[in-house]
Design a protein around this ligand. Structure first.
Ligand SMILES: *Cc1c(COP(=O)(O)O)cnc(C)c1O
Length: 447
């Protein structure tokens, strides 16, 4: 049997490889990010058709752990984990929704929304966390003294880490920017029993503190293991979104994939998954990637405008899209590659645009978070400019469940959101319990 292998190496290409089970986050030579490199020769011992069949056969499988959308592709993700150490809640395999009505409204017949928020903790962060927590479980089994896992978060990363760590019985420490996550996102890690620290800072400030505490830069302190996406284990699970989209189209490649971006881990991951498929001969071209930013937190957009000549950092302003309220994105270099290699685009949208797009989507049967609204609004702009053509196949990644953002929904329909005109507000009608009056009200509504 072929042995599939993966290890860390420097993303910028410095020499040297490191074990997946070593506590290391950055290249010891240049300080840049690491990435997980797979043994392509081993993976090529299966033909493209054999891989497709294997992965298709595992969808819905009851054989542990292959029913998970992530672990169903275990050989491409993290082959050296023993099945006993996999910490999975059958994440992935999320619905790819044909947004027929919304597409018709905007003049795009082949619009699809990948509902990644239909997942255990309600966001696509589950995909990466199952991989990271599984590796930690195996490390602890093998005697590495990891006492806890920790992350800084804009809300969804911490919910996912806390849940997976709780399932594995591993302590979790969560750093949240005080007052900058939704009530649902705050209560999730609390309910999972994590040690929740609300810092008087923003996400970037939390990230700086956690990097110091885990000594992420120089000699990592193995007792507290860093679970942010600067830890490239996360990317391996997150990359299944792109692979899964292609698989759900019977291995056909869409024209565009649009995704809201903050720390830039997920867009890097999508590119990595697609590139692996190309390297293995499963697809022969790449879709174009669109990164959508909130104009209040738009460092990647500004970098794109300067042709990626230099990395722009900003102080992120308050935005409804709080999960992407990030001014100094960690996976910047990887994301630049993702945009450049796919002839991609970075777009920004304002508060009103993202709220309107989310409300339009909701009124056609979705229930979108503000970040998904940002991605949709970016798509609307590219359609208007005819950069995206009306016959093309477009996938928008819906990154979290709208139920995590109830104050956003309530505020929209009550017309109380700052900088937003609630054109599609649909407030409830308050009436006495009187059939004649009620009948009258319904009649007027349907007239
Ligand atoms: C994390 C997150 C993103 C952005 O992903 P990055 O890897 O930080 O770019 C977008 N939407 C939601 C809901 C998220 O939780």
């Amino acid at each position: 049997m072929t042995e599939y292998k993966a290890h860390f190496r420097c993303f910028r290409g410095c020499a040297g490889i490191h074990s997946i089970f070593e506590v290391i986050y950055t290249c010891p030579k240049c300080g840049g990010l690491l990435e997980v490199q797979h043994d392509l020769d081993a993976l090529r011992t299966r033909s493209p058709n054999q891989w497709k069949k294997l992965f298709d056969d595992r969808v819905g499988s009851t054989q542990w752990p292959y029913g998970s959308g992530v672990w169903g592709k275990k050989e491409w993700i993290m082959p050296s984990i023993s099945d006993d150490n996999v910490v999975s809640m059958y994440e992935g395999n999320s619905n790819l929704f044909w947004a027929e009505r919304l597409g018709r409204q905007i003049g795009l017949s082949d619009l699809w929304v990948k509902l990644c928020g239909n997942s255990h903790t309600g966001s696509f962060k589950d995909l990466g966390m199952t991989v990271l927590v599984s590796v930690v479980k195996q490390m602890r089994d093998e005697g590495v003294p990891v006492r806890a896992v920790a992350c800084a978060s804009t809300g969804d990363t911490s919910a996912a880490l806390a849940a997976y760590a709780a399932a594995a019985g591993i302590p979790a420490v969560i750093f949240l920017p005080e007052g900058k996550v939704s009530p649902a996102q705050l209560i999730q890690p609390i309910a999972s029993g994590a040690h929740v620290l609300a810092l008087d800072s923003d996400f970037d400030g939390c990230m700086r503190v956690i990097r110091e505490i885990t000594h992420a830069g120089d000699s990592p302190d193995s007792s507290i293991y860093l679970a942010n996406s600067m830890n490239s284990l996360r990317i391996e699970g997150q990359k299944t979104v792109g692979i899964e989209i292609v698989q759900q189209f019977d291995w056909e490649i869409p024209d565009w994939i649009v995704i809201p971006v903050g720390n830039l881990g997920n867009i890097s991951a999508i590119y990595k998954g697609l590139k692996l498929m190309q390297d293995l001969g499963i697809i022969n071209r790449l879709p174009r990637l669109v990164a959508a930013q909130a104009s209040k937190a738009n460092p990647f957009y500004l970098s794109y405008l300067n042709g990626f000549e230099r990395k722009v950092k900003v102080e992120a302003q308050s935005t409804l899209a709080s999960a992407i309220q990030i001014g100094d994105p960690v996976s910047y270099e990887k994301a630049v590659q993702a945009i450049q290699e796919t002839d991609g685009i970075v777009e920004q949208v304002n508060e009103h645009e993202m709220a309107l797009a989310a409300a339009m989507a909701d009124a056609t049967g979705m229930y979108t978070c503000p970040h998904t609204g940002a991605a949709l609004a970016a798509l609307f702009k590219l359609l208007q400019r005819k950069i995206v053509a009306s016959h093309q196949r477009v996938i928008v990644i819906s990154t979290a469940h709208g139920l995590k953002f109830t104050p956003f929904k309530v505020g929209y329909h009550e017309g109380t959101l700052a900088e937003v005109e609630s054109d599609l507000a649909n407030p409830p009608v308050y009436l006495p319990a009187n059939a004649a009056i009620v009948r009258d009200a319904i009649q007027r509504k349907l007239a």
